[in-house]
Design a protein around this ligand. Structure first.
Ligand SMILES: NC(=O)c1ccc[n+]([C@@H]2O[C@H](COP(=O)([O-])OP(=O)(O)OC[C@H]3O[C@@H](n4cnc5c(N)ncnc54)[C@H](O)[C@@H]3O)[C@@H](O)[C@H]2O)c1
Length: 472
């Protein structure tokens, strides 16, 4: 049996055995002592949040997020009369933030009913969860859940005698996997799964490969709008925010080295150049290196500039890009941080030796001091610096969330046979639609193809405008 299990991404589950124990043990059937029994103003107790009294504060947070989520708000307005999700019963397992609340309320306005849990034990905004609970949505989430709470909350969403889910919106795959393992009959009646994260998508492909995926699933992680906006544009802004909040550094004239000139590296390089930094780049790929040259950046090896740089940022998705040897040679005061997914890009472990002193100077900021007095400034211990030290703009989340909503609508309404039990990318036309929902914010006016032009290019005037292989 163990051989068939797929280990969840959830970081606390360090071993397969621990996970098996977690989902098979009886604790899922009973309330943990840390659960709070509140009643909202309409008398409902079908939720579990930290403190329902903070609902008004959470409602304000949601209203602020709505201002910067034009795609979702437009979708809500355009489709509310059609109710394309009428009858959809969606299990949600995502970060519970003000932006997610806007998504939840949009899905409900489109006709769905939902039950929602957190996909991460730390990221829930308690006041937002309270506002949703007060609004009558069954939310099971609070910041600082333990492992038992985490699985209990997802289980409370799935297992309800008056409500049988038919769709899953997942971020990381934990709701999908709990249902598959514990409620296989319910799982087979699901109409579709929408998955947002790299890890969750990876797990879906594994299920598909081993023929255990018995429902169609949509991979929204790899839709163009998500990749471009999350990786390039969001990082372009959040790298500056993260560096400023943690170090108050003056950017002008600083020598910055960016390792990796992919989407994330391009965003960081552009932003820092704009602030007057002298930006250099390292690359392994000649195409990306040439792009960096054409964009006006010097392409160097880390070894060549290691003694002169003021800020070092890794964005490669690789490991051991910055080693102890490099760190030993950095100049006094150099700021070191990582924008890539994993915390292995900088060999932070190699800094935990006796001769080096660690001094925590702020939250997420450590000074590492060498015996000769040299110090470097390490941010977020080498974890994703923007997610650890700054916030993600609601506008970017609006794009991803609109993609998720459209994926749910597509899977829920697709005629039998359009999707088999496999993992799909969102149709390009929908990606284009998500982008178009965000254009009015900028008063952007699209040019329409003439009949003659459409014929010449072999396109439908309403799109899609690019083939699937087009790289934006
Ligand atoms: N911080 C965030 O908010 C955020 C957002 C999206 C993605 N990410 C993560 O950032 C990382 C990069 O994402 P991306 O979309 O730019 O990927 P990408 O593949 O487009 O770019 C990575 C680049 O690094 C280069 N590279 C690999 N090893 C290298 C090395 N040893 N030295 C120099 N260059 C090297 C590759 O050739 C590639 O061009 C990934 O881990 C991704 O998951 C972070």
């Amino acid at each position: 049996m163990a051989g068939n299990l797929i280990i969840p991404s959830f970081s606390l589950h360090s071993s397969l055995a621990a996970w098996i124990q977690l989902i098979s043990s009886s604790f899922l059937d009973k309330s943990s002592s840390s659960h709070h029994n509140y009643r909202n103003s309409k008398g409902s107790t079908d939720f579990c949040v930290r403190n329902i009294d903070h609902a008004a504060f959470g409602r304000r947070e949601i209203e602020i997020a709505e201002q910067e989520m034009p795609g979702l708000m437009a979708l809500k307005k355009r489709a509310a009369a059609d109710k394309p999700l009428l009858g959809a019963k969606i299990i949600g397992c995502t970060h519970i933030t003000a932006q997610t609340a806007v998504l939840i309320e949009t899905l409900v306005a489109l006709g769905a009913s939902v039950r929602w849990a957190a996909c991460n034990i730390y990221s829930t905004q308690n006041e937002v969860a309270a506002a949703l609970a007060e609004g009558g949505y069954p939310i099971f989430a609070w910041k600082g859940e333990n492992e038992e709470d985490f699985w209990w909350s997802i289980d409370k969403c799935i297992n309800n005698e008056h409500w049988q889910p038919n769709m899953i919106l997942d971020d990381g795959g934990d709701a999908t996997h709990l249902m598959l393992k514990k409620y296989p009959a319910m799982f087979s009646s699901i109409k579709g799964i929408v998955e947002e994260s790299v890890t969750g998508v990876h797990r879906l492909y594994q299920l598909s490969k081993s023929k255990k995926l018995t429902v169609p699933a949509m991979n929204v992680n790899d839709s163009v709008t998500k990749t471009k906006f999350d990786n390039l544009y969001s990082c372009r802004e959040s790298i500056l925010d993260a560096l400023k909040r943690t170090t108050d550094v003056m950017f002008g004239g600083k020598q910055v080295l960016i390792c990796g000139y992919g989407e994330v590296g391009k965003g960081c390089a552009q932003a820092l150049k704009g602030m007057g930094c002298v930006v250099m780049v390292t690359e392994i790929d000649p195409i990306c290196a040439l792009q960096a040259c054409m964009d006006g950046f010097r392409v160097v090896k880390l070894n060549e500039v290691v003694r002169q740089i003021d800020i070092l940022i890794t964005c490669t998705g690789n490991k051991n890009v910055v080693t102890r040897e490099h760190l030993d040679r950095l100049k006094n005061g150099c700021i070191v941080c990582n924008m890539g997914h994993s915390n292995t890009e900088i060999d932070v472990g190699s800094l935990r030796t006796q001769e080096l002193t660690w001094e925590k100077v702020r939250s997420q900021v450590d000074h590492i001091i060498w015996p000769d007095g040299k110090r470097i400034v390490l941010l977020a211990e080498g974890r994703l610096v923007n997610l650890s030290c700054s916030s993600v703009p609601s506008f970017v989340v609006s794009i991803t969330a609109s993609t998720q909503a459209l994926a749910l609508i597509e899977l829920y309404n697709a005629p039998a046979g359009r999707y088999k039990d496999d993992v799909y990318l969102l149709p390009k036309k929908m990606d284009e639609y998500v982008a178009s929902l965000h254009l009015p914010t900028f008063d952007a006016h699209l040019t329409e193809l003439t009949d003659e032009q459409a014929k010449y290019l072999g396109l439908n005037k309403a799109g899609p405008f690019k083939p699937n292989y087009y790289r934006y």
